[in-house]
Design a protein around this ligand. Structure first.
Ligand SMILES: [Zn+2]
Length: 210
């Protein structure tokens, strides 16, 4: 697809935020467990002075519709469960998304297990999609990172990661849950959560030039 580059800044995997999504193995948790996805291409309206959250668009390569970024948001209940990609309610197609290297590795290694069900899983997932986008609210969606919202968002994410990495991950690699992991995990994930929240605040809040 070609875009009006006078109007839009085009973001692909080469932007630092998207690279972070691909490189940081922790993001595999968001991608595989939560089904949070980042589109391969997004557009930032350079002519708007609104915060980035409100001037970002996701193009559908199948029908060409420019979707408001808020189409896939917690506010609309569509931020997660997007395991097969971002669903385009306009044409029913799936908008391609970035893949975190670690989740790609895990999916490849476990393909013999889930590969059998892939077709079925995808079919069932697709059937559920149209209903999720029936009552989208795209205007006046609050920015969850605004003010001190980033602290709450960051700590929630940190707590989630703490539970996964301290209690669930050791189980899968056959390690015992131990105090050391818990004591190290608390400050590490608190800090990581705050960093995550704050960088999200900067990214989604970045206003356009007047
Ligand atoms: Zn479409």
């Amino acid at each position: 697809m070609d875009f009006d580059t006078d109007k839009y800044q085009v973001y692909t995997w080469k932007s630092w935020w998207n690279l972070h999504w691909i490189i940081n193995p922790v993001m595999a948790v968001n991608e595989l467990l939560l089904g949070q996805r980042v589109p391969e291409v997004s557009l930032l309206d350079k002519t708007s002075v609104k915060p980035a959250l409100k001037r970002t668009y996701v193009p559908c390569p199948h029908c060409g519709k420019l979707h408001d970024n808020m189409t896939w948001s917690s506010h609309n209940g569509t931020a997660f469960k997007n395991w097969f990609g971002l669903y385009c309610y306009n044409c029913g197609g799936i908008i391609p998304c970035l893949k975190n290297w670690f989740s790609l590795l895990l999916l490849t290694l476990t393909y013999p297990v889930w590969g059998w069900f892939k077709g079925n899983l995808k079919k069932r997932w697709l059937e559920k999609q149209p209903a999720r986008y029936k009552e989208l609210e795209l205007e006046n969606v609050p920015n969850p990172f605004e003010g001190y919202g980033w602290v709450k968002q960051g700590l929630q994410w940190g707590l989630f990661m703490f539970i996964i990495m301290t209690f669930i991950f050791p189980f899968f690699i056959g390690e015992a849950i131990n105090w050391k992991r818990i004591l190290v995990g608390i400050p590490v994930w608190t800090l990581a959560g705050l960093l995550f929240g704050f960088s999200m605040k900067l990214v989604v809040g970045k206003t356009g030039k007047k």
